[in-house]
Design a protein around this ligand. Structure first.
Ligand SMILES: Nc1ncnc2c1ncn2[C@@H]1O[C@H](COP(=O)(O)OP(=O)(O)OP(=O)(O)O)[C@@H](O)[C@H]1O
Length: 224
């Protein structure tokens, strides 16, 4: 499994908040079910193994018909929209980020589970407002929040993109850096010494950079 990490570092008046206990314990865990793809539909029988209880709890029935109940902060069923996931999960993190509070969004799941769809949308070039994923929404909100900020503040936004594959962290902006170390310090939290950081001045700039890098990553994944 490849893990792709998009990291934005936002400095507000050259100050970054350090990790406090309160921030560290603020973890929201959600589950999202995706609809069957057109390839899967012909092979699926009608035995639905998930039963909705409410927006936080579902029942899973295994192959022996044994039922287990699972609860999360939120369950996004297959009819959930990208905007629902964004509003609940990402928006609070982006609002905090605009106030220089660190935040992380992680998607986890087996291959084909829908991680890329949730993060990027059906394609990173997808313009459909309804279907676009968390990433373009986060970028837009980040700049909107900063532009709306009434305070006389200076913000600097830097972007780095790395991929974690086979236990190694590779810099997607400089593929020669293919084994970055992960460090932690009190003032910076978790950081990657030597990772390439690109200063970003507009949402279009970030979007173009991400699109080019993802295209390059796909090429690299196919031909290497
Ligand atoms: N919520 C959804 N609604 C509609 N289609 C979806 C949804 N989630 C995923 N899909 C579709 O399911 C397929 C697999 O999704 P995706 O590529 O995002 O999986 P992934 O977890 O990123 O897989 P991998 O780890 O192999 O990269 C894609 O065709 C995608 O368009």
């Amino acid at each position: 499994m490849r893990i792709l990490v998009y990291r934005f570092e936002i400095k507000k008046s050259s100050e970054i908040k350090t990790y406090g206990e309160e921030i560290m314990s603020n973890i929201t865990v959600c589950v999202r079910f995706r609809p069957l793809t057109s390839k899967e539909k012909p092979h699926s029988d009608d035995s639905v193994c998930i039963r909705c209880i409410d927006s936080e709890t579902f029942i899973f029935k295994d192959e022996k018909d044994e039922e287990s109940m699972f609860s999360f902060d939120k369950v996004f069923y297959e009819k959930s929209e990208q905007a629902d996931v964004y509003q609940f999960l990402a928006l609070p993190i982006v609002r905090d980020a605009a106030n220089a509070i660190n935040g992380t969004i992680i998607t986890y799941g087996q291959t084909g589970a829908g991680k890329t769809y949730s993060m990027e949308g059906p394609g990173i070039l997808e313009c459909d407002e309804q279907k676009k994923g968390l990433l373009p929404r986060v970028v837009k909100e980040l700049f909107d929040s900063i532009n709306l900020s009434e305070e006389d503040m200076t913000y600097s936004i830097k972007l780095s993109m790395v991929e974690i594959y086979m236990e190694k962290v590779r810099d997607l902006f400089d593929l020669s850096k293919d084994n970055l170390q992960i460090n932690e310090s009190k003032s910076r939290g978790i950081f990657l010494p030597g990772v390439t950081e690109v200063s970003c001045f507009s949402k279009n700039f970030i979007s173009q950079f991400i699109i080019i890098t993802l295209a390059f990553r796909s090429y690299f994944a196919v031909y290497n």
